[in-house]
Design a protein around this ligand. Structure first.
Ligand code: NAD
Length: 452
């Protein structure tokens, strides 16, 4: 059994059967058996099934939000928003089923056209920070394109995935199309990567495990998409609306207790604006409400586990340059206060490694070129922000930063309708938007001779 721990209390909230290799093989076999019928469903009918599923998810939004808030330790308001996004993701891809268009290509002697064929059985391996949300980014396009799937949630957060499988069945998704195996990554995850009947692995998690998955998938030339770590820069120029930038900066790192691959954990501030920025940010950090995830006013919950608490703590040793520290509850649960380190060099460990906790590093810079150099001086390239009122500069810097997603005068990263994914060691491929469908289909070219 897997004992599922509630991070806010450190107590077991549920026990679920732990899957192993046998259960993983059975799930792949079920998905393989269901594939021919699922891909053959008329596009309009498959779209309707995905709309039914989206409707069912809207109906179950509160139940799923409470489950996710408790299991992942995230504020209930955030969890509600995430479950809304899950439903919206299925609705968006329901609309894609009938728009999977091919090309007609002018050639000699006949006609040439392309189809977007499903891959077959796809394996989806997801982390614990946005458990069902990240799973839906993969399930939506996978199902719309006619694939069947095996979803492996993280060991720490299997509950919403298991509940999702029941909701999908009740909504009319046929048996075997959606399968969930809750078990260890080194057992179930690895088996999925090696399994000869799995055509593709879509993975979200750490860069370290992603590297291992890419290596394992090479043996059978599986398709792989990877959404990995980040160390994103929030670049604040002195000509920005400084108050707006400083007020927005804390939650861009401390949201989800910093356990967000898009966390703007390196805050690059133009040197002349440092004092004003820090003063305004200090007020904002002190206002961040850290506490019980089920309290409606909570903005930040605990970390996911005792291990994570230990890792995050190691980035704030006794001699760390702590400039601002917020509050966190005492007592049971894996709590860590919002913490801002300043000034930090981009060579310091806190600026180089993904902390995945509520710790921000403020790094001063001297010019536009310096800001770009520092922003790009990382192995990652997932997200980021630019704050300036100079439109030409905003666009110049947006083009120069090596990152998959960037916002100007905003710290948002993810929308259902727009592509999301990383440059460099932050990943391969894109999720969401129209682009995700490319990663769940193969292009087939058909030539039909018409002359003689
Ligand atoms: P992790 O890499 O430890 O685990 C992710 C998943 O992989 C889990 O389901 C785990 O069981 C499985 N896994 C572990 N070892 C495996 C193996 N050998 N073979 C197959 N599967 C295996 O990551 P985590 O600690 O759950 O999540 C945190 C990481 O995820 C952070 O680095 C974060 O940046 C990243 N992340 C990235 C994105 C993104 O979209 N880029 C989103 C969220 C999280």
């Amino acid at each position: 059994m897997i004992d599922v721990v509630e991070p806010a209390t450190a107590e077991v909230m549920a026990s679920v059967p732990e899957a192993g290799v046998e259960e993983t093989d059975a799930a792949v076999a079920a998905a393989k058996a269901a594939f021919p019928a699922w891909r053959a469903i008329a596009p309009g009918d498959r779209a309707k099934l995905l709309h039914h599923l989206a409707d069912a998810l809207v109906e179950k939004q509160e139940e799923l939000a409470v489950l996710e808030a408790r299991n992942a330790g995230k504020p209930i308001g955030d969890a509600r928003g995430e479950m809304g996004m899950v439903a919206d993701t299925f609705r968006y891809y329901a609309g894609a089923v009938e728009r999977l268009l091919g090309d007609t290509i002018p050639v000699a002697g006949g006609m040439d056209f392309t189809f977007r064929e499903p891959l077959g059985v796809v394996a989806l391996i997801v982390p614990w920070n946005f458990p069902l949300t990240i799973a839906s980014w993969k399930m939506g396009p996978a199902l719309a394109a006619g694939n069947t799937l095996v979803l492996k949630p993280a060991e720490l957060t299997p509950l919403t995935a298991l509940r999702f499988a029941e909701i999908a069945r009740e909504a009319g998704i046929p048996e075997g199309v959606v399968n969930v195996v809750a078990g260890p990554g080194r057992v179930c995850g690895q088996r999925l990567v090696e399994h000869p009947d799995v055509a593709k692995v879509a993975f979200t998690g750490s860069t370290e495990v992603g590297r291992r998955i890419a290596e394992g998938a090479a043996a059978t030339i599986k398709r792989v998409t990877l959404e990995l770590g980040g160390k994103s820069a929030n670049v604040v120029f002195a000509d920005a609306d400084l108050a707006a930038a400083a007020r927005a900066a804390p939650l861009a790192v401390f949201g989800n207790a910093g356990q967000d691959c898009c966390a703007r954990s390196r805050i690059l501030v133009e040197r002349g604006a440092m004092d004003d920025f820090m003063a305004e940010m200090e007020r904002a950090v002190r206002e961040v409400r850290v506490g019980d995830p089920l309290d409606e006013s909570t903005q930040m919950g605990p970390l996911i586990s005792a291990d994570q608490l230990e890792t995050v703590s190691s980035f704030v040793p006794a001699d760390a340059p702590v400039a601002i520290r917020g509050d966190a509850p005492d007592g049971p649960g894996f709590w860590f206060p919002p913490t801002v380190l300043a000034p930090v060099s981009n060579d310091d460990r806190a600026a180089r490694e993904e902390i995945f906790g509520p710790v921000a590093a403020v790094i001063p810079f001297d010019s536009e070129d310096d800001a770009i150099r520092l922003a790009n001086d990382t192995i990652y390239g997932l997200s980021g922000s630019i704050w300036t009122q100079n439109g030409a500069r905003a666009l110049r810097v947006a083009r120069a930063i090596e990152t998959g997603v960037i916002s100007i005068n905003s710290n948002t990263s993810v929308r259902v309708a727009t592509p999301f994914g990383g440059f460099k060691q932050s990943g391969v491929g894109r999720e969401l938007g129209p682009h995700a469908l490319e990663h769940y289909t193969e292009v087939k070219n058909v030539y039909y001779a018409t002359e003689g």
